[in-house]
Design a protein. Structure first.
Length: 307
């Protein structure tokens, strides 16, 4: 849609109320036993299994892709009565897209590429746009772009909108997730306004963080972004996805996020086309909890290294 500046400027965020509500979230719902195992399997299906390290190698990416295809040991899955469980996607740097596409061939699992000068988003603008095209050509079906934080900090909503529009266009058929890097946006009001502008400009998902900021996904930020998504749907009828990312590494945190989404947006958002966790180490803890559910014993975390 066109940029509606009056709507953007009208958006407010009551930080103390959001923080108070966020503080109650971890204790609000408690799912146990089989229900917990089912929710954890659901969480796995929503993970963008990620490796974004300077020392990534083809071998590491292929191992990660094997893990995406079979995220939980076969005997644990059998005991749970589960079949055909995979992660939502595999997320890598551009350089690793071809390797991941090759390793995931036939699985139906999409490859997501972080793009536009990830994580800071400060490389020359033309190169950032070109990078999207390169990753799409290499086979990425999802592109995680980073926005220019400066536009938000200076309240330059037009510039943010124009940038997001151009990045959206460069993605073509690929799904685009807009990474706000919320830890660098200063206020929750900025987070709410940036979320809205990116949605107006055509983002399929809004995503909290690169995982490289000093503060990444938090519950107050999630509540702010989720409510922006809810308002956007109420005004336009258009559903935008949500991806919390960075620092989500425990099964119980995943359950809190899923309960939050269920409460605020409803079951429709608990599907991979509208919700993802961006996480490099969450899967290992979930698999460990599922093994405990099935066997009654906790295994050492090193036994679940990949993911
Ligand atoms: O987008 C995904 C994040 O970079 C993953 O962050 P993490 O390594 O803290 O799980």
């Amino acid at each position: 849609m066109d940029l509606d500046l009056s709507w953007v400027r009208a958006v407010q965020a009551n930080t103390s109320a959001i923080e108070r509500r966020a503080a109650t979230l971890p204790g609000r719902r408690s799912v146990k036993k089989n229900h917990q195992a089912a929710w954890l399997c659901k969480a796995i299906s929503l993970i963008d299994l990620t490796t974004l390290s300077g020392d990534d190698t083809e071998g590491r990416v292929r191992r990660l892709c094997a893990k995406a295809r079979q995220p939980v040991r076969a005997d644990i899955l059998d005991a749970l009565g589960m079949q055909d469980l995979t992660t939502g996607a595999v997320c890598v740097y551009h350089d690793m897209v071809e390797t991941a596409v090759d390793a995931l061939r036939g699985s139906g699992i999409p490859v997501a590429a972080v793009s536009t000068g990830f994580p800071a988003g400060l490389s020359p603008y033309k190169l950032r746009i070109a990078e999207i095209g390169e990753s799409v050509a290499a086979g990425a079906e999802e592109i995680d772009i980073v926005i220019t934080r400066r536009h938000v900090l200076q309240g330059n909503w037009q510039a943010l909108y124009d940038e997001m529009r151009e990045m959206r266009a460069a993605c073509g058929e690929a799904h685009v997730k807009a990474i706000l890097a919320t830890g660098e946006l200063g206020t929750l009001r900025n987070v709410a306004r940036a979320s809205l502008v990116c949605m107006m400009a055509g983002a399929d998902f809004i995503k909290t963080s690169t995982g490289k900021e000093s503060v990444n996904a938090t519950l107050p930020v999630s509540l702010t972004m989720i409510r922006a998504i809810r308002d956007y749907e109420a005004h336009t009828g258009y559903k935008v996805g949500y991806k919390p990312a960075g620092g989500i590494s425990k099964a119980k945190d995943a359950l809190t996020y899923l309960a939050l989404i269920k409460d605020e947006l409803g079951d429709r958002w608990l599907q991979p086309d509208l919700f993802r966790f961006g996480a490099s180490s969450l899967l290992g803890d979930i698999e460990r909890q599922l093994e405990h559910h099935v066997t009654g014993a906790y295994s050492a975390s090193w036994r679940h290294a990949a993911g």
